[in-house]
Design a protein around this ligand. Structure first.
Ligand SMILES: Cc1cc2nc3c(=O)[nH]c(=O)nc-3n(C[C@H](O)[C@H](O)[C@H](O)COP(=O)(O)OP(=O)(O)OC[C@H]3O[C@@H](n4cnc5c(N)ncnc54)[C@H](O)[C@@H]3O)c2cc1C
Length: 379
């Protein structure tokens, strides 16, 4: 029998996350978006109440929550503001390769940094000439004695300007394609690390997106994660765990779009009745609700699998691809329901539409998710 009932702990956590999103995020989200302000105070409060680093293991100071609980938090943050939600959740993406591939000492040191103070970490895979095509990366890590020397640049790095540590992918063997990629954990204060170019974005403007430069950064061998040449596999295993979070964030954005649209459809009148009385508006509302529910079921299944040790990247890709596309269509429909008001910043839904777009781009575009799925079908 399939049981979709949440435990009492999960329900309490979701309620706590929702109250946080309502009180601390929703009321300020539009100002943060307008000014592209970094939400430092919200990061500190979220860390304080335990809404960050949800899945970090207890032995390294984290709450050790299951994946499903992490997704429930993510949906509520997405409902409040997916830009601020991305800032809060990026530690999970950056820390997962350390959890999966770090030695006990490395985990104690670097995961401990995140759980002892409200510090941030960034996941650094993308380069100017290597986004979807990860194997095209040019960042190099060269072994010299008991150290690696790393040089290159990473772009579009979430929380890059504010992070205290980076998980960075670099080629240890430039001729070996994906098998030549290795992953490292690099502290911000290492010589040769610098950050610039905060991006001025379409949406999720409260999240920081920056460029990371590594100029002959010398790292102890111990900072290599999962062994030489294991970086690509580690990145894919990480995405398998984090893509359900993106689907959950998409569900949050959709839920918000639906809440706003239902309220508006009851209030706004056209042809003598509330627009919610017109069947074509009802159609859009119903489609929004169906997409939201289907996204929820997909992220729940993906998280449920992970929590039971079933490693099925396809379900994570289903959840990410469907959820991101569903959030995009749903927020476009929300703007449509608001008519002209939907197109201006005085009303809430244009921000949701701008925010939703990146869900189809980061952590593997919607096209790349389909490639993963199709390759699996054909293999
Ligand atoms: C706000 C934001 C935050 C981000 N945060 C991070 C982060 O924290 N860390 C990080 O490492 N990266 C991050 N990224 C980068 C993101 O993961 C990449 O932008 C994404 O993987 C796409 O890579 P690209 O931009 O190089 O596009 P490209 O790879 O150049 O793709 C361009 C288009 O071509 C399509 N395409 C490419 N190859 C194929 C193919 N084989 N078949 C079909 N279609 C294809 C893509 O789907 C896309 O539509 C972030 C990006 C943004 C915008």
């Amino acid at each position: 029998m399939v049981d979709l009932t949440l435990t009492d702990e999960q329900k309490d956590l979701r309620e706590m996350a929702h109250n946080f999103a309502e009180k601390e995020i929703r009321k300020v989200a539009w100002e943060y978006d307008r000014d592209a302000t970094w939400p430092q105070d919200i990061v500190e409060k979220a860390w304080e109440v335990g809404l960050m680093n949800a899945e970090l293991p207890e032995e390294y100071g984290g709450p050790g929550l299951d994946m499903l609980s992490g997704c429930l938090i993510e949906e509520e943050m997405g409902w409040g503001c997916s830009g601020i939600g991305t800032s809060l959740m990026a530690n999970g993406l950056a820390a997962t390769p350390v959890v999966l591939g770090g030695s006990d000492d490395v985990k104690k040191k670097y995961l401990g940094m995140l759980t002892e103070e409200p510090k941030l970490a960034s996941f650094c895979l993308t380069e100017p000439d290597a986004g979807s095509d990860v194997g095209g990366m040019k960042t190099r890590a060269v072994k010299q004695g008991d150290k690696y020397v790393i040089s290159g640049s990473k772009c579009f790095i979430t929380n890059g300007s504010h992070a205290s540590l980076y998980t960075v992918y670099a080629k240890t063997d430039p001729d070996a394609g994906h098998r030549g990629i290795s992953a490292f954990v690099i502290p911000r204060d290492a010589d040769g690390v610098s950050v610039d170019k905060k991006e001025d974005k379409l949406g999720q403007r409260a999240s920081d997106t920056a460029v990371l430069h590594l100029d002959d950064v010398k790292l102890p061998k111990a900072n290599l994660l999962a062994g030489e040449g294991a970086g690509f596999k580690l990145a894919m295993e990480t995405f398998n765990q984090t893509r359900p979070d993106i689907a959950a964030s998409a569900a949050g954005v959709m839920r918000r779009a639906l809440d706003e649209s239902v309220a508006y459809a009851k209030e706004r009148k056209a042809f003598g009745v509330a627009i919610g009385q017109h069947q074509l508006v009802q159609w859009m509302l119903a489609e929004m609700a169906i997409r939201l529910e289907a996204t929820r079921l997909l992220y729940l299944k993906a998280a449920y699998n992970l929590d039971r040790g079933v490693r099925d990247p396809i379900v994570s890709s289903y959840a990410k691809a469907f959820g991101a596309d569903a959030a995009m269509q749903t927020t476009v429909d929300a703007v449509q329901i608001f008519g002209g008001n939907g197109y201006v910043k005085e009303y809430p839904v244009e921000k949701l539409m701008r925010d939703a777009k990146v869900l189809q781009i980061y952590e593997g575009t919607s096209q790349i998710q389909r490639l993963v799925i199709a390759r699996n079908l054909l293999s």
